[in-house]
Write a protein that binds this ligand. Structure first.
Ligand SMILES: [Zn+2]
Length: 287
């Protein structure tokens, strides 16, 4: 009984409940601390709550369409952007993302596999991409607490010489004075990046992860993408959804997801309202 009470008192104070990933005071080990399964938004599972995230933009045609759509459904999302390709037109879209109340998040400078970069290059470009986003905030007149980051392809931790998460914590201390960069993966990969996925299949993939059933997905076979269906027996029934505002099928796929959410009472919440991705009482002010 006493032990149970101790657990109850201890759990709310544990670091994992305060900051999801990367955690403070932990030295991540290359080749050991890898993968994304451990870092899902478990607090959303079985709640029918979802978070919409769009990667790889902004895209001059698709991003404005998706922003209009989100506005018409009064839904907020997170956009993980690469900052090297930003030209004047794309910068304006990044401003629009912020001004319309969405989260602007980092997806690195280029869309490269960070495992193939040495520590110095990763650190330099990662820092550059964060500075770019902070400048966009300034120009747009919107201040964001801390920042969210997603590795291109979700690849990290496999370079034998360093671990990306230790670098990220270092950089965070440099620019925020504390651990304020939250790394986000996803719970539901719509596979909208697959070359053969239709809008209906993107939405069907989400439905299968919410209610169980057959999910259209893509696999690599003989260096070619092949579409298959997999049975989702234990659906998470909530979580962070991965989409891409660079794919033309994604706009209508998102519309179908929004319609399903309305019909089935799924709640769409922003990333910063998820327990694992909250900054809690931290200041997280960019120096
Ligand atoms: Zn990406």
């Amino acid at each position: 009984m006493k032990f149970a009470l101790f657990i109850l008192l201890f759990i709310p104070l544990s670091r994992a409940s305060i900051k999801h990933f990367p955690i403070d005071d932990y030295d991540y080990r290359p080749g050991h601390d890898v993968g994304i399964k451990t870092y899902q938004a478990f607090s959303l599972h079985r709640t029918n709550k979802i978070v919409l995230t769009f990667d790889d933009g902004p895209h001059l045609i698709q991003t404005p369409k998706i922003l209009d759509l989100l506005k018409s459904y009064n839904v907020k999302a997170t956009f993980f952007i690469n900052t090297a390709p930003l030209n004047q037109e794309k910068l304006l879209l990044a401003h629009r993302i912020l001004k319309e109340g969405h989260i602007l998040a980092g997806h690195d400078y280029n869309h490269r596999d960070n495992n193939k970069e040495d520590e110095d290059l990763f650190r330099r470009e990662f820092l550059l991409s964060l500075k770019d986003i902070k400048n966009i905030e300034k120009e747009a007149g919107v201040h964001q607490k801390g920042i969210y980051f997603r590795f291109p392809f979700g690849y990290y931790g496999e370079n034998p010489h360093y671990h990306h998460l230790n670098v990220i914590k270092d950089v965070s201390h440099e620019i925020y004075g504390e651990n304020c960069i939250n790394v986000s993966f996803w719970d539901i990969d719509t596979k909208d990046w697959g070359p053969t996925m239709s809008s209906e299949e993107i939405a069907q993939n989400v439905l299968a992860h919410m209610e169980g059933g057959w999910a259209p997905t893509v696999i690599s076979e003989n260096n070619k993408w092949k579409k298959i269906r997999i049975k989702i027996k234990n659906p998470p029934q909530g979580g962070v959804i991965l989409l891409h505002d660079t794919k033309k099928e994604t706009f209508h796929g998102t519309k179908l997801i929004l319609e399903m959410a309305k019909e089935k009472n799924w709640e769409i919440i922003p990333l910063n309202k998820v327990k694992e991705f909250s900054f809690k009482n931290k200041e997280c002010d960019y120096k």
